[in-house]
Write a protein that binds this ligand. Structure first.
Ligand code: SF4
Ligand code: SF4
Length: 65
């Protein structure tokens, strides 16, 4: 399954991705960086395209069985 992954060291916590996500899967953790709830993320790439710092990537992730 495709899931969004944030490079949290480079994230500037601008919140653009939070507003962009149609699934409300992203929150800003303690005002420091974006955190993706993988249970909600559908891998649509909207956050990846929207992030002004280009620090979100949608990648293929193993799903625990
Ligand atoms: S849009 Fe990018 S820089 Fe802004 S909070 Fe989201 S991941 Fe961080
Ligand atoms: S890939 Fe889509 S669903 Fe997943 S966090 Fe980004 S905007 Fe939200």
């Amino acid at each position: 399954m495709k899931k969004a992954v944030v490079n949290q060291k480079e994230c500037v916590a601008c919140g653009v991705c939070v507003k962009t996500c149609p699934r409300k899967a992203i929150t800003i953790f303690h005002g420091i960086y974006a955190d993706v709830n993988e249970d909600l993320c559908i891998g649509c790439r909207k956050c990846e395209k929207a992030c002004p710092a280009s620090v979100i990537q949608v990648v293929e992730k193993e799903v625990a069985s």
